[in-house]
Design a protein around this ligand. Structure first.
Ligand code: NOJ
Ligand code: CA
Length: 666
């Protein structure tokens, strides 16, 4: 697991001589020298600026906080010390997009102290990586007696140039589940992060945060021109963060890339999280799964008891037989417990039970039947955002799963506010989601959240944090106007930069013949296959109804893994298209996924990623001739071809289409 290579802190090239001329200014460069952070105390106020090569990215911007009583923690400072160091380590992911990740950065730590008043101390830590920069605040325990109430964060990001930003709004009832808007930075609303921007000079930037613990999430507010300001998500009473006597903010991160695909190939967020605390527990496994789930979303079954009840013992047995027949080992059953009503999604304090089975459903019997067929159930807790109810039952609910040999739990949080009071993304929610993750580990449970807070890289520290929704997923295609084709080629460059997403792909009947009239998926079946490669998650649902998998394209879904040795992005433009290849962790095979927005596309890809000494069989699942979103969208052309690393392949994607390929080493 450990493979550390920590270089000694010899830093003449990192912190430029600069500091000798002006002891109030420091410059920190990334290992390859391209990304630079400049720190300076200007009229006693800390400021930072960022550049990439010759391009100024962030012009001098503010740092600091406002505390209770309007106490200003952003000025009146002097520098008490500045330390630099360098770090270079290669660590292994328990599961992930690639096995080994290099964490290489240069660091500057500046210790500040206010000159008068409470003489508060504040440390600011900066890290410069080759793929971006980050900084955070550390407020150490000190000689001020009162508790800390952060009323505002003063951090700004003054973008040198305008650009095209892809954003979803913050402070809205559907939490993180919105379609992206593309607009100039100067026209932004208050937005969630990751906020991805293509700047006028062509640089791709993504603003986010990493290692968010016991603090409020950062949203970004456009204040004037191209200036963005941190707008922390408050508690119901308006306080942004309350802590006893010390705090460490999350890292404010800016990923910087020259090509769109390089944003996806950046592991900066993970590198800013603490190393693995759990080791490699046997209950943490990547897998694919089926579910009694889509049938409820398309109206074939109901979540609640009654005539069309989805979670019955009889349906569960059918699904278990189907799961075993298709060679999968995990099944999610929603609506298994008491508390579901036709109004389950309404904003109110729902009273779900996490131990009592619904009528017509015998949990123990179903678990036993599953075991006899090699199929394990995935637990499901829909909290309805009533955490008062959930916290009373969480131990009993988790203990029940442990007793039954269930090792994963999906936990949902439908509702605009937690307990109808607090934003999901406030400090209360941040602490809740971390608490549940740690508690799950105590019960040997891996977790995937729906309606959670955004991902800030927790999976590095807690590999039982498998995936989360935290975006507008496939479910919207079942009952809303649906996700437009551009949505699925924006997600990999925005939401998915933060971590694995539970999009729930694999609905092969994209026209949803058994669903609500007029509701459908705005893409082709081949595109659904491609998502298993372009959308990274250690767990991937095969979301469709069992009867829709009786097609030749199912072979790809059986073959495609969910754990990878390596990942490369071959071509990409944000919101337009992308082609990703990944190497299976447990074989020599590679897989390719390519997706486009509404425009059909011919893409040529070099196969130079393949082993140079081998021949592969390319098993190609493409949009059939003339196929696009509205013409014969379920038609998948399957072909086979012998290829080598010196070959190129031409991919023909229909509008809203895709291609999926398995390269089987011969
Ligand atoms: C919304 C979730 O995203 C979905 O997966 C789940 O089926 C429903 N809530 C019910 O809990
Ligand atoms: Ca959802």
């Amino acid at each position: 697991m450990k493979n550390y290579l920590i270089l000694p802190a010899v830093l003449f090239s990192i912190v430029v001589g600069y500091s000798q001329k002006n002891k109030n200014a420091y410059e920190l460069a990334s290992p390859n020298g391209k990304n630079k952070i400049k720190f300076e105390l200007v009229k006693n106020a800390p400021k930072y600026a960022v550049s990439h090569g010759k391009t100024e990215v962030i012009t001098p911007s503010d740092l600091g906080f406002v505390l209770k009583g309007n106490e200003d923690l952003s000025t009146n400072f002097e520098i008490k010390g500045a330390k630099t160091s360098t770090f270079d380590e290669t660590w292994e992911q328990v599961w992930g997009e690639k096995k080994k990740i290099r964490n290489h950065y240069n660091q500057l730590i500046v210790d500040l102290e206010q000159k008068t008043g409470n003489k508060r101390k504040l440390q600011i830590q900066f890290r410069a990586f080759d793929d971006g920069v980050a900084f955070r605040y550390v407020y150490p325990k000190q000689n001020v007696k009162d508790s800390i109430f952060i009323m505002d964060e003063k951090t700004t990001f003054n973008l040198k140039e305008d650009g095209k930003a892809w954003w979803i709004p913050a402070f809205k009832p559907e939490r993180y589940e919105y379609l992206y808007t593309a607009s100039p930075v100067s026209k932004l609303d208050t937005v969630h992060t990751p906020l991805t921007i293509e700047s006028k000079s062509g640089l791709k930037l993504s603003f986010h945060e990493a290692n968010l613990i016991d603090f409020a999430s950062m949203t970004l507010e456009q204040t004037e021109g191209t200036q963005l300001k941190s707008n922390l998500v408050p508690w119901a009473d308006g306080v942004k963060v309350r802590v006893k006597d010390a705090f460490t903010s999350s890292w404010r991160t800016i990923q910087i890339a020259e090509k769109s695909g390089d944003l996806i190939d950046s592991y900066l967020i993970l590198n800013l999280n603490e190393p693995n605390k759990l080791g490699k527990p046997s209950y943490v496994q990547p897998y694919k799964y089926f579910g009694i789930w889509w049938a409820m979303h398309i109206g074939k079954y109901t979540f609640w008891e009654g005539e069309k009840q989805g979670a019955t013992t009889a349906h569960a047995k059918e699904y278990i037989d189907f799961t075993a027949k298709e060679g999968l080992h995990h099944l999610l059953i929603e609506g298994w417990n008491k508390g579901w009503t036709p109004a389950w999604y309404e904003n109110r304090m729902h009273m779900f039970s996490f131990t009592q089975s619904a009528d017509n459903f015998d949990l123990e019997k179903v678990v036993e039947y599953g075991k006899s067929k090699g199929v394990e159930l995935i637990g499901y807790h829909e909290t309805g955002s009533n955490l008062i109810n959930y916290m009373k039952q969480i131990d009993a609910g988790f203990a029940l799963y442990k007793k039954l040999g269930i090792h994963t739990v999906k936990i949902g949080h439908v509702g605009s506010k937690l307990n109808m009071k607090e934003w999901h993304h406030g400090q209360f929610g941040v602490n809740y989601f971390r608490y549940v993750l740690e508690k799950a580990a105590q019960y040997d449970l891996a977790v995937f959240y729906h309606e959670p807070i955004k991902d800030t890289g927790e999976r590095r520290t807690y590999p039982n944090m498998l995936a989360r929704e935290a975006a507008r997923g496939q479910e919207y295609n079942a009952w809303s106007e649906g996700n437009p084709p551009s949505h699925v080629v924006i997600l990999p460059f925005t939401r998915m930069l933060s971590g694995p997403m539970e999009y729930t792909p694999g609905v092969l009947d994209v026209e949803i013949k058994q669903g609500y009239p007029g509701k459908r998926i705005h893409g082709t079946t081949a595109q659904q296959l491609a998502m298993y490669v372009t959308f990274y998650s250690p767990i991937q649902m095969l979301a469709d109804l069992p009867e829709n998998y009786n097609v030749p394209a199912m072979q790809f879904l059986k073959d495609v893994p969910t754990d990878w040795k390596d990942t490369k992005v071959l071509n990409a433009e944000i919101g337009e298209y992308l082609t990703t290849v990944r190497k299976d962790k447990n074989s020599e095979d590679w897989y390719l996924g390519s997706m486009t927005n509404e425009k059909s596309r011919d893409l040529t890809v070099s196969l130079s990623f393949l082993d140079t000494s081998a021949t592969y069989e390319a098993q190609i699942y493409a949009d059939a001739e003339g196929t696009d979103e509205t013409h014969n969208p379920t038609a998948v052309a399957i072909s086979k071809k012998k290829v080598k690393s010196t070959d190129t392949l031409h991919l023909k994607l229909g509008g809203a289409g895709g291609t999926a390929i398995r390269f089987k080493k011969l």
